[in-house]
Design a protein around this ligand. Structure first.
Ligand SMILES: NC(=O)C1=CN([C@@H]2O[C@H](COP(=O)(O)OP(=O)(O)OC[C@H]3O[C@@H](n4cnc5c(N)ncnc54)[C@H](OP(=O)(O)O)[C@@H]3O)[C@@H](O)[C@H]2O)[C@@H](O)CC1
Ligand SMILES: Nc1ncnc2c1ncn2[C@@H]1O[C@H](COP(=O)(O)OP(=O)(O)O)[C@@H](O)[C@H]1O
Ligand SMILES: [K+]
Length: 525
């Protein structure tokens, strides 16, 4: 297993230029179109019904026309709609059009999909899609985007060529309100960040990749008949979090290990009416494998007689601890603190001591809101790394917006940038949650941001973020010296996989913990 790198438009264009220089004219588009045709054939299970290919004016449309030619040659009923004029500059796309016409493909300017379409191919816009004002899509483009979406809404397979038209490959935001919701996306040359974060996962469906020969010498031959080109690999914009993030967590425990070997976690939060958030985080830390998990509830706890109530009567393994022990000189420096889950306003008072004392800190929810509202707390956070204390913030987009002094829309329009900016400003690690969570490290670590590829909307359930924070704390307690970015990557990937295992119907956060716990035994030796 190896890390998959993600490239935005600049990196992809650099590689495309090198690839074009190393291959004969039209060869790359031919490879791309052939790859589309092969995947389309695999998806096309109604031989007698038509395939509709919506082709745009540029090279993305050219890929579609090459695919049309191959599918036609295979005996499929193919109708290619060409709603707009072709780009004057796209020589390859023009050649693809002439070849398709010569082969007898039915090409039309009619924008309605044929009756009984069994498979739609979206070859309208690729990485050349822009948001220039003069590019507000014309009526024709709009109509085709809507037709493609109407088909996929009816569960008709919709294959996006390179990128769903109207989705930004850089950011995962939608450039058009009618950006295509594909069921499959076959992307070329590089994997792109926008496919995996923000709106990307919802628009791409299943993602397939063809490097068009990039990993070889572009000749397409195993026995090279042309010299390998002198390739410059551009810097990736991000890496994809995959299963390898979990490898360290799949080893059996050391035979001599005891609970003290697995580290301690202290969960602080759970103000009145939000006690459950702290309980979920603590349960998650325990299920992740922390040796001992303590919990402190903020605000009044009713005590009957001398008896201190359990932290969580359903989980007797969890231990209650008074929050006052956050005072300086206590054992705060020895454990991993998960702070903020359901913390309410009350969290503010304990944060200075925690920020000064905790060796490892996961700050979530109300802890983040308190931080956003108080520059003195931010100053304490910024100082932590200089004394060897690490912090992971786990904001959802609104919490991130509050911390950055902006709004959710701006955060979502540039998730990689927002996460990186927070990590740099606050000198700590950041998990920007939401579809395709981004895990950023401060720039001076030299680590690029990571994007998580696991997860599902089932995770959008109350308490799911508390589970993530607790789980991360639980992993961190067991590996106190590990890179916080790697730990956060493992936690979000694990959390996401457990979310994927939910079928229809809502997932409850307490059950999510059990799913996450159960996954380990499924992967284990
Ligand atoms: N080169 C190769 O051999 C290979 C290329 N490959 C393929 O090429 C794709 C990139 O092709 P590309 O650069 O031609 O851009 P593309 O995405 O087709 O769009 C440009 C056209 O769309 C138009 N347009 C833009 N925005 C718009 C908007 N908002 N609303 C409306 N129109 C808009 C724009 O208009 P213009 O600027 O000309 O006015 C222009 O006509 C890439 O994704 C991959 O599929 C790969 O297969 C590898 C081999
Ligand atoms: N559509 C989605 N796809 C994937 N993950 C999601 C989606 N919506 C939410 N999540 C994940 O669910 C969790 C929700 O966390 P959060 O918003 O803090 O919820 P809560 O405050 O209820 O605990 C985050 O880990 C987030 O990444
Ligand atoms: K497309």
């Amino acid at each position: 297993m190896h890390t998959l790198s993600l490239y935005g438009i600049a990196g992809t264009r650099t590689l495309e230029t090198q690839a074009l220089a190393a291959t004969p004219p039209q060869a790359l588009m031919e490879r791309a179109g052939l790859a589309v045709a092969k995947l389309a054939l695999a998806l096309h299970n109604h031989a007698e019904r038509p395939i509709w290919i919506a082709c745009g004016p540029g090279n993305n449309g050219g890929d579609g026309l090459v695919a049309a030619r191959h599918l036609h040659a295979q005996g499929c009923q193919v109708i290619a709609s060409l709603p707009t004029r072709q780009s004057a500059g796209s020589v390859d796309a023009h050649a693809a059009l002439l070849a398709a016409q010569a082969a007898g493909v039915r090409i039309t300017q009619d924008l309605t999909p044929p009756a009984r379409t069994a498979l739609a191919i979206d070859a309208l816009l690729g990485i050349g899609a822009t948001t220039k004002p003069d590019h507000s899509p014309d009526q024709a483009l709009h109509q085709v985007l809507r037709s493609l979406n109407a088909l996929s809404a009816r569960d008709i397979a919709t294959l996006a060529v390179d990128v769903p038209s109207g989705l930004s490959v850089e950011t995962g935001e939608c450039l058009h309100a009618d950006a295509v919701h594909a069921t499959h996306c076959l992307t070329f040359l590089t994997l792109k960040p926008g496919l995996f974060t923000g709106h990307g996962p919802a628009h791409c469906g299943e993602i397939w990749f063809d490097d068009l020969g990039l990993s070889g010498d572009f000749s397409g031959n195993v026995a090279n008949d042309i010299a390998p080109i002198n390739r410059i690999t551009p810097d990736a914009d991000a890496d994809l979090i995959g299963h390898d993030s979990l490898l360290n967590w799949l080893r059996p425990a050391h035979p001599l290990s005891h609970k003290g070997s697995h580290g301690d976690v202290w969960v602080i939060g759970g103000a009145p009416a939000m006690r459950g958030a702290a309980r979920l985080a603590a349960r998650a830390a325990l299920a992740a494998g922390a040796g001992r998990v303590y919990g402190s509830m903020l605000g009044d706890i009713t005590v009957a007689g001398d008896e201190t109530p359990e932290f969580d009567s359903q989980r007797p393994e969890l231990m209650r601890r008074p929050v006052e022990v956050t005072a300086p000189g206590t054992f705060l420096p020895s454990l991993t603190v998960v702070c903020g889950c359901g913390g309410g306003q009350e969290i503010h008072a304990v944060l200075p001591a925690i920020l000064k004392g905790a060796a490892r800190l996961v700050l979530d929810a109300d802890g983040l809101n308190a931080l956003g509202a108080d520059p003195a707390l931010q100053a304490l956070l910024i100082q932590r790394r200089a004394v060897g204390q690490n912090t992971v913030l786990t904001p959802h987009p609104l919490e991130a917006a509050r911390l950055l002094g902006t709004d959710t829309h701006r955060v979502q329009a540039g998730r990689l940038k927002a996460a990186q900016e927070l990590a740099d400003r606050l000198n700590c690690h950041v998990v920007l949650k939401g579809a395709g969570s981004v895990v950023a490290a401060p720039a001076d670590t030299g680590r690029k941001p990571l994007i998580n590829c696991s997860g599902s909307p089932a995770l959008a359930t109350p308490g799911s973020g508390d589970v993530l924070a607790g789980w991360l704390g639980g992993l961190w307690a067991q590996a106190p010296a590990a890179c916080p970015q790697g730990l956060a990557a493992a936690a979000v990937y694990w959390h996401g996989l457990a979310g994927e295992s939910q079928g229809l119907g809502p997932l409850r956060a307490a059950d999510l913990i059990e799913r996450m716990h159960g996954l380990r035994s499924r992967w284990g030796p």
